[in-house]
Design a protein around this ligand. Structure first.
Ligand SMILES: Cc1cc2nc3c(=O)[nH]c(=O)nc-3n(C[C@H](O)[C@H](O)[C@H](O)COP(=O)(O)OP(=O)(O)OC[C@H]3O[C@@H](n4cnc5c(N)ncnc54)[C@H](O)[C@@H]3O)c2cc1C
Length: 615
């Protein structure tokens, strides 16, 4: 394809009023970090065999998986070879933090993703020192491939409802894993079906007939040589889904499957040889892995949203449609203010999520360091914030990615635009790692508790301290940035207080606290106004907003260029840097296997006899 860049995009880039490279450096965390990231991308993406000859969407379900495993191996080795031994862990983390390198290789996701995103963090967070040493040595070299199996066919959110049992047998010093019912089958874990051979299984521990709660066990379920399922293991794949079709999500059942005692991960709770159970000193200690994964999700949402808006903004600069003024020619669709409204919020939200992820990472690192010293004070706050931000960023990203897709009209519906696949990836995050409504309700619980503490004169943690500020019943609204922030705090306070009042009312009317909570739960997530904001304020805010859209308009392409996604990472006919949208759409269409022959056999088999009345 010719290297000529679309004229409209060239003009947009000339109009840009700021230094794009400077913004890229800022996002990466400095010019050196940008260089490191680009160097890594250059190295890895020049590896042979990483890309598809036939677009993934034309492969069968089975072929997609097999192709993804092939690429996962090449990609893993390329990443290892590209590692700079002189780089510190931090520099290495920075180089991959903002990069979506894997997205250049997998339009969907890697069948190894669970090994890195869940199996290793679970070992690091839940294994004792000896176990960590042994398992990390094997897992970090990928001598074994692991996953994380918590959800069952019958239960996801309610962990205490999990039915898989691990019964300790002191005679043999083994645990016996068993799935007593169909609903006890593990269901969903990525990589589980045909890729992994080990997993961390969450199961209900019983010793001498007594429940000892849900505990983590590391379980081998396939032979390391033959990859055959071990005796007492029943497993398979759960089938086709909206997205994640190359992730190999599986089901797993146990039939009295025995594992040695040292396979329970014993950083927190422990089982001694004689069957003595030692409870975890603090149940909150198990939060660590969960919080870490949620921090990673917030950052991932910022990157995926940036990817979707880059595609949509570049396309909107190239696409011309309809008329704004009679006889003035068709404008770029980016000139429609409604289009700007759809897309610029996405650009802004991506930046907001990036900064939030950085802030949350620092908070996570501080709390983890405190934990090592035995200080758990800030853990509940970190947990509440991570819950809330995971839910808010995944919900907003799903909405904004879908909006980016529809903003590209019909072409956004093409898989070759990559927008449907990005939506499939981000919307899944609304469900996994804590279902969003449930996380919102957990956040509400922390807020209600904090408000009760504030009302009884206790000091609140910094992120909730606005609940103890003196508030007038109707805050005087002002349209400055500070005023808007104050207004939002007032509204947030009002929402929590109103939900709390409603719960108290239900309790007074005779409901138990749980039912009162359930009855108030819509309010706990609903919006309401508690300020003196007037119609005039709203009109002024609307004017300011429209003025801001106008200011962003000449910089829109610059802003998405600054995300610095190379074409391979965007993987989209609509979003490439050169804006040659129509050529790419046609080139990709011609790759459809249906275009390999002018007449399809179904014509002779069915259509012709049908049309000629012979069928
Ligand atoms: C793509 C993908 C990958 C996954 N990967 C893994 C994996 O690797 N390992 C693994 O173990 N699991 C995995 N999961 C499973 C995931 O963690 C669960 O789907 C998730 O925890 C939600 O549980 P559930 O499906 O049982 O939904 P449910 O909990 O049944 O939720 C259904 C509805 O009930 C509502 N609800 C439930 N409880 C409450 C409540 N207390 N109050 C109010 N409303 C409530 C929810 O809001 C929701 O609307 C994956 C899921 C997906 C989609």
């Amino acid at each position: 394809m010719s290297a000529k860049v679309n004229d409209d995009l060239l003009t947009e880039r000339r109009k840009c009023e700021f230094n794009v490279e400077e913004l890229t450096n800022y996002l990466d965390g400095g010019a050196q970090a940008t260089q490191n990231r680009r160097k890594l991308e250059d190295k890895v993406l020049s590896t042979k065999g990483l890309f598809d000859e036939v677009p993934e969407e034309y492969l069968s379900h089975k072929e997609k998986y097999e192709n993804a495993v092939r690429k996962a191996v090449v990609y893993y080795k390329a990443m290892k070879e590209a590692e700079d031994p002189n780089q510190t862990e931090q520099e290495r983390a920075n180089a991959t933090y903002r990069s979506l390198l894997h997205a250049a290789v997998f339009k969907d996701n890697s069948p190894f993703s669970l090994h890195l995103a869940m199996f290793i963090p679970a070992i690091l967070g839940q294994a004792d020192e000896e176990q960590k040493k042994y398992w990390m040595k094997r897992a970090s070299k990928m001598e074994i491939i692991g996953t994380y199996a918590q959800t069952e066919l019958g239960h996801g959110t309610f962990i205490r409802g999990l039915e898989t049992t691990a019964t300790y047998d002191p005679k043999t010093e083994e645990f016996v894993l068993h799935s007593p019912t169909l609903t006890a089958y593990k269901w969903w874990p990525g990589s589980l079906a045909h890729t992994a051979n080990y997993c961390v299984v969450m199961a209900h521990l019983y010793i001498n007939g007594k429940s000892c709660g849900i505990q983590p066990f590391i379980v081998q379920f396939r032979d390391e040589e033959t990859h055959q399922p071990l005796p007492g293991i029943k497993l398979g794949e759960i089938g086709a889904k909206l997205g994640f079709n190359t992730v190999n999500n599986g089901f797993l059942g146990f039939d009295q499957h025995r594992i040695p005692r040292n396979r329970m991960l014993m950083k927190n709770a422990q089982v001694l040889k004689d069957g003595t159970f030692k409870r975890s000193p603090n149940s909150k200690l198990t939060y660590g892995t969960m919080v870490y994964v949620r921090v990673v999700i917030v950052n991932g949402m910022a990157n995926q949203l940036a990817r979707a808006v880059t595609i949509a903004v570049r396309y909107s600069a190239v696409r011309r449609q309809s008329e704004l003024k009679p006889d003035a020619g068709e404008p770029q669709i980016l000139d429609y203010v409604t289009q700007q409204h759809k897309l610029f919020i996405g650009i802004a939200s991506s930046h907001a999520f990036t900064l939030t992820a950085k802030w949350l990472t620092r908070m996570y690192q501080k709390v983890t360091a405190d934990l090592e010293k035995g200080n758990l004070d800030e853990l509940p706050e970190l947990h509440a914030i991570a819950c809330c931000l995971k839910a808010v960023t995944t919900t907003d990203t799903s909405v904004l990615v879908e909006r980016s897709r529809t903003s590209c009209g019909g072409h956004g519906y093409m898989l070759s635009s990559n927008l449907p696949q990005i939506y499939g990836l981000v919307t899944a995050a609304c469900t996994y790692e804590g279902e969003n409504t449930v996380l919102m309700l957990q956040t509400a619980r922390s807020l209600v508790k904090a408000l009760e503490q504030a009302q009884s004169g206790k000091r609140l943690s910094p992120t909730m301290s606005y609940l103890s500020e003196k508030v007038s019943s109707r805050l005087k609204w002002d349209n400055s940035i500070d005023g808007i922030v104050k207004g939002f705090r007032r509204v947030a306070y009002g929402k929590v207080e109103s939900a709390m009042r409603s719960m108290r009312k239900y309790v007074r009317s005779g409901l138990g606290p749980e039912d009162a909570w359930n009855m108030s739960s819509v309010q706990l997530v609903a919006a309401s106004e508690y300020t003196s904001i007037s119609e005039a304020d709203i009109r002024q805010l609307q004017d300011t907003y429209e003025d801001l859209l106008g200011k962003i308009r000449p910089n829109a392409v610059g802003l998405v260029d600054a995300f610095d996604f190379r074409d391979q990472i965007l993987n989209s006919t609509l979003g490439a840097y050169d804006g040659r949208v129509y050529e790419r759409l046609m080139e990709e269409a011609l790759k459809s296997p249906l275009n390999a022959e002018p007449v399809n056999q179904s014509f002779h088999k069915y259509l012709k006899p049908f049309m000629q009345g012979k069928l």
